[in-house]
Design a protein around this ligand. Structure first.
Ligand code: PEP
Ligand code: MG
Length: 533
């Protein structure tokens, strides 16, 4: 029996099954290098074929729509052709360019953009396969009860995997924000990622225990360990089934409705959230639309995405947060300047107010989509009343334009403020008198109150959402909202933590915007609380 552990928390739950170690090598004939001209032609053909394959896949998945832009990006073909010119064969040039461009993305100090490295490598794997005998399905032969073990799982793999058969995932690379983890969490499939050395230790057919909650993998477990985990698995499944019964419940406390909304980054997320029982979308992170694209999405493209999300909500609230980029969350095509203190720099509403035309394009798209449902708009990183007033003024200008053009929109669209900075907490009463709702963004609020970077492990002990200072801030914000008679929600990670639910209920928090996988857990917790009253 051997045990491997990681500190990354990928997807909760326990799975016991057989390892299926993925083999991505093509069993084709050895590659014979041709002349310089032939190598260029072969690469061009493989690139065209890859484009066609991705185009076909893009009709049903947003992941592939992003791939299509990457495969067409001249940066990719220029990198490969330069290496062919240096004398490498086409597959060698593809491998070197993949390493170089993958490393370039990984080095970006932003977890979402760094995750784009996986998309880039995914595309290079496809081009390489098209050069050396064709793309094969690396999951051929997967059987019921198998646990997929691979160095890294790619977004395109998601279309090839039969989730009904798979019990779990284990990968040597990857982070908790990678596509595979997001999908695994949404489907409640246990996963452990970032487990260095797993491929050297595991072979196909080995018995495995995947403990996604603890970040552990046990290889060839002994009987006692197996029994212990089987019991844990049963308990976990029983709890999940119990929680599931609360998924669609309407929750009340002292006669007041308590809402469990979900956080989403795409239309697909909104659809999944609705299917999982969400009472609405409390945070639609619009920056994903900008980050997945090679250029700024047009007003029409944004309108289509927001309107589709509104329709998926079917009358339930959809809170769209305006662009939250800047600082370390850069969008390459916007050409942001480098800053010494990016978290204290030019981000979110500060960018939108300066890049006025871009802001207008987004607000017009949101307003147009508001004709399709209960769409609300929310501004991130507000620190002064002037910022809020200016943002509202731009919104009014956009409304006036649409009225003049005869375009439909919701005139009384609700306007909200994200409370993410100590400044916003301290003037919460003033802000509350000037907006329709608050949403507490604990992820940023904790880092700014505690002066502790949310991604820096060295100060993780200080980054504590339960600390007294943060607690007081929450109380101030919720009571300022109550006094002004406006709604107050929470969309930071703390809202998804069932250990905090009771505390937050006691503070009179009535809206929880949570990860899709946490909807039934939080509803269950709220229901339990209600029954225990
Ligand atoms: C937050 O800061 O709590 C939040 C929800 O915003 P993000 O995590 O996108 O910064
Ligand atoms: Mg934030």
């Amino acid at each position: 029996m051997r045990l491997l552990e990681t500190s990354v928390r990928a997807s909760e739950g326990i799975a016991v099954g057989r390892a299926f170690v993925v083999n991505r090598c093509n069993d084709s004939q050895p590659y014979e290098k041709g002349s310089l001209e032939q190598e260029h032609t072969r690469f061009e053909q493989a690139l065209t074929l890859s484009h066609e394959q991705i185009e076909q896949l893009a009709t049903d998945s947003e992941i592939f729509a992003a791939h299509l832009e990457i495969v067409d990006d001249p940066m990719l073909s220029d990198a490969v052709t330069a290496h062919i010119d240096e004398g490498l064969s086409a597959p060698e040039a593809v491998a070197v360019a993949s390493e170089e461009l993958g490393a370039m993305f990984e080095a970006i100090d932003d977890e979402y953009l760094a995750a784009r490295a996986t998309d880039v490598k995914d595309i290079f794997v496809r081009i390489a396969a098209n050069l050396t005998g064709g793309v094969k399905n690396p999951f051929e032969g997967v059987e019921d009860g198998d646990i997929i073990v691979d160095s890294e799982l790619f977004p395109s793999d998601m279309a090839l995997l039969d989730f009904a058969k798979i019990r779990g995932f284990v990968t040597a690379e990857g982070s908790a924000t990678s596509h595979v983890c997001i999908i695994a969490r949404n489907l409640s499939v246990p996963a452990v990622v970032g487990l260095k050395g797993v491929l050297e230790q595991v072979k196909s057919g080995d018995k495995l225990i995947v403990d996604g909650s603890g970040g552990r993998v046990v290889i060839d477990p002994d009987m006692a360990t197996l029994d212990e985990y089987k019991l844990q698995e049963l308990n976990y499944k029983a709890l999940q089934a119990e929680q599931q019964q609360s998924a669609t419940a309407e929750i009340y406390r002292n006669g007041e409705r308590i809402y469990v909304f979900a956080n989403a980054g795409s239309v697909e997320d909104v659809e999944r959230a609705m299917a999982a029982g969400a009472d609405g979308i409390g945070l639609f992170r619009s920056e994903f639309l900008y980050m997945q694209s090679a250029t700024e999405p047009t007003e029409q493209q944004q309108y289509e995405a927001y309107a589709a999300a509104a329709r998926a909500c079917d009358g339930k609230p959809l809170i769209i947060r305006t662009l939250d980029i800047g600082g370390d969350k850069a969008v390459p095509y916007l050409g942001f300047p480098k800053e010494d203190n990016p978290f204290l720099g030019w981000r979110a509403i500060r960018v939108s107010l300066e890049c006025r035309e871009m802001f207008c394009r987004q607000l017009r798209a949101i307003l147009r989509a508001s004709a399709e449902g209960d769409v609300r708009v929310m501004f991130p990183m507000i620190t002064t009343l002037e910022e809020l007033a200016e943002a509202k003024c731009v919104l009014e200008q956009c409304k006036a334009e649409l009225t003049a053009e005869g375009v439909a929109y919701r005139e009384d669209i609700k306007v909200g403020v994200m409370i993410e900075t100590p400044a916003a907490v301290l003037i919460a009463d003033i802000l509350a008198a000037n907006c329709d709702f608050f949403s507490i963004g604990t992820n940023d609020l904790v880092q700014y109150i505690m002066a502790a970077d949310r991604a820096n492990a060295k100060v993780a002990n200080l980054y504590n959402p339960y600390s007294q200072a943060v607690q007081r801030a929450r109380e101030m914000v919720i009571s300022a909202a109550d006094r002004a008679g406006i709604e107050c929600g929470m969309c930071g990670e703390l809202a998804s933590d069932s250990q905090a639910t009771e505390l937050l209920l006691d503070m009179h928090l009535r809206e929880y915007s949570v990860n899709i996988g946490a909807i039934s857990k939080i509803k269950y917790q709220l229901n339990k609380n209600q029954n225990e009253e």
